[in-house]
Design a protein around this ligand. Structure first.
Ligand code: TRP
Length: 371
């Protein structure tokens, strides 16, 4: 028997992340943003996605644009495709290679530059995965069971038993971040518990196995002021719900999808976040993509109703995505190039991971040489 895989970034807000830890992370993020402008070379960023196939406007506005921004600021950026995460919560996995290729194609299409950013799949980096063993010795099962994001992801599987991999996923994520000694991790707030667990692992490793030497830095979260948009059915944009606007869609497909968008019966368009969330989301999408103010766009549409709003949004989305889609088509026509970007990223990630694992073995007294 197979359960319906849940196909996208988890559709939940872990409610146990305290306001205080969120506030701390927000304050720290603001300080880091200021430092990023001054001296980007202090930072190594590691970010990643589970490979869900083609990426959509939700990904683009919440994370992809920000990654390109960081890369363009001159921050060293590592981008991880978390392919092992696909087996944390489902029975059927389909072709992971196809999905990974789609994700890498989208990265390149939006402007991730392989000369400046390293794109890799964590399954292709053995030494990264080997860090999981010492790291597992540094966490307790009750810590993992308390992790609100693990709990929420488990709840979203609709009654499947918790797999050992899902339970220990935060430790794997610590390996993802620490193998390259990243000190900055751009994430949404649902990932804050994993980052906290990563800091605990780094600290305990340094204390217990390295005599207090700082083998691993303590990474910070970078909470970007991310722009959240709803799917066309008015709920969170998510691949499994068929409510997405994909980067890879044609202009006609985009127009059809936006035509389906839920609005309301009030013909006068206003930007009212509390009372008209669906209309506000469409306005926000258009405003962000065209660098305008949502209120000004609402005024311009005036009494044009949902139809007028959708026409404008379709135009803005298609115009903004035109060069990205053009680039995407070129990349699709050159699968060898996309594969080579990943192969080179994997090779670079392996070099870094091998060096870190050597240091870990040294710190732990596990170096066995013949002479
Ligand atoms: N867990 C993340 C998600 O569900 C993906 C991910 C895996 C990640 N490893 C990471 C994100 C390391 C940041 C850093 O979206």
């Amino acid at each position: 028997m197979t359960t319906e895989p849940f196909d996208d970034a988890p559709d939940f807000e872990p409610d146990e992340i305290s306001d205080r830890s969120l506030l701390t992370a927000q304050t720290r993020s603001a300080q880091i943003e200021a430092q990023l402008e001054v001296d980007p070379s202090q930072f190594r960023v590691l970010t990643g996605d589970r490979p869900t196939g083609r990426l959509h406007m939700g990904h683009y506005l919440a994370t992809l644009r920000n990654r390109v921004r960081l890369q363009d600021l001159g921050v060293e950026t590592m981008i991880l495709v978390a392919d092992y995460q696909v087996i944390t919560d489902r029975d059927e996995i389909g072709s992971i290679a196809d999905r990974v290729r789609d994700v890498v194609t989208d990265y390149l299409a939006v402007g991730i530059d392989p000369a400046r950013s390293t794109v890799f799949a964590h399954s292709a980096v053995p030494a990264l995965n080997q860090l999981m063993l010492p790291f597992l010795s540094l966490v307790t099962d009750s810590e993992l069971r308390r992790n609100p994001t693990v709990k929420a992801e488990h709840d979203a599987t609709g009654g499947r038993p918790m797999s050992g991999l899902l339970l220990t996923y935060p430790v794997h994520q610590a390996a993802d971040i620490l193998f390259c000694k990243a000190n900055l991790v751009p994430v949404g707030k649902d990932q804050l518990p994993h980052l906290e667990q990563t800091r605990v692992v780094a600290r305990r490793f340094n204390d217990r196995y390295a005599g207090g030497r700082q083998v691993f830095p303590s990474p910070d979260a970078l909470l970007a002021e991310s722009v959240n948009v709803l799917g066309v059915d008015g709920t969170k944009m998510s691949k499994s719900k068929g409510n997405t606007i994909d980067l890879a869609m044609t202009e006609d497909e985009t127009a059809k999808q936006i035509k389906r968008a839920v609005t309301d019966s009030n013909r006068t368009i206003t930007y009212d976040l509390d009372n008209r969330p669906e209309v506000a989301s469409l306005l926000r999408m258009a405003a962000t993509l065209s660098d305008r103010d949502p209120v000004a766009i609402a005024d311009e549409i005036g009494d044009g109703g949902g139809g007028g709003l959708k026409r404008l949004v379709t135009e803005v989305v298609n115009e903004h995505l035109r060069p990205i889609r053009q680039r995407r088509r070129e990349l699709e026509a050159d699968p060898g190039y996309v594969a080579s970007v990943l192969a080179e990223g994997n090779a670079r990630a392996n070099e870094i991971a091998d060096a870190t694992l050597a240091e870990v073995r040294e710190a732990m007294g596990m170096v066995y040489s013949a002479s």
